[in-house]
Design a protein around this ligand. Structure first.
Ligand SMILES: Nc1ncnc2c1ncn2[C@@H]1O[C@H](COP(=O)(O)OP(=O)(O)OP(=O)(O)O)[C@@H](O)[C@H]1O
Length: 242
């Protein structure tokens, strides 16, 4: 007899046949066209592909910000595709941290206050200080965003995203606005967060040089997955050639 404890853990995300069609008047855009994709617990995945290939659409759907037209999105075995607004809001609040290209920090609050704003409403957060220390900003906690570089502001945004201890960290072009040296520091922060918190991490990028820091790379083309590679050997962000 099989005991429950022996049952294999479902992947964090199991996505199959995912389609998203945007309709504006008579114009139809098939942003995703039958995507199958898996993300295992704790893995770091890079999503690569040209502009318009569907990467952000996929990230928004797995983050519960948008709904597919058809197909299945299972989060730890639970179907999200037909979830109502309330369910999706609870899912995002409890499980998902987002990092975007632009940091969206509140200018009148310090780094610590920007993070603490989130820890105040989360159920089992780490402290704002611990979250900022994880991204190497312990000495900048009392600075306002205008007193921080772009890379430091992005690290505050990462601290804010992970302070509630999400199981999933979704990053849409997190280094898109940064020069290479700063981008590498931000990737180092993401790799450290992934290792130390175990958050399953997906990073969208246009920069193919970043692919080798991931466990797995999904390449998008025209709303489909053109290829999926597993990296047998990963490189450190400091070894990325930009
Ligand atoms: N809200 C929307 N309404 C209509 N079309 C949309 C919408 N969002 C995205 N699209 C279209 O869907 C397609 C996929 O867009 P998506 O943003 O997912 O691509 P992407 O790979 O993330 O591109 P980029 O790298 O430029 O961000 C594009 O043709 C885009 O114009």
């Amino acid at each position: 007899m099989r005991h429950e404890a022996d049952a294999p853990m479902p992947p964090v995300f199991q996505i199959s046949g995912l389609t998203k069609i945007y309709r504006t008047g008579d114009v139809e855009v098939r942003a995703l066209n039958g995507v199958d994709l898996t993300l295992e617990s704790g893995e770091m995945a890079v999503l690569l592909g040209p502009s318009g290939s569907g990467k952000s659409t996929l990230l928004n759907i797995i983050g519960g910000l948008d709904r597919p037209t058809s197909g299945s999105v299972k989060f730890k075995g639970e179907e999200l595709a037909g979830a109502n607004d309330r369910h999706l809001t609870a899912y995002r609040r409890d499980h998902v941290g987002f990092v975007f290209q632009f940091y969206n920090l509140i200018p009148s609050l310090t780094a610590w206050e920007n993070v603490a704003l989130i820890t105040e409403v989360a159920s089992k957060p780490m402290s704002a200080g611990d979250a900022l220390a994880l991204v190497g900003l312990e000495s900048r906690m009392n600075h306002f965003p205008a007193q921080l570089s772009g890379g430091e502001q992005q690290r505050v945004a990462i601290a804010r995203a992970i302070a509630k201890r999400p199981e999933v960290l979704l990053c849409d072009e997190p280094t898109g606005a940064l020069d290479s040296a700063t981008g590498i520091i931000v990737l180092e922060a993401l790799a450290r967060v992934n290792e130390e918190t175990g958050a399953t991490t997906a990073i969208i990028t246009h920069n193919a040089g970043i692919r080798k820091i991931a466990h797995r790379v999904y390449s998008f083309l025209d709303g489909r997955i053109a290829s999926c590679e597993l990296n047998e050997e990963r490189i450190k962000p400091s070894e990325v050639s930009w």
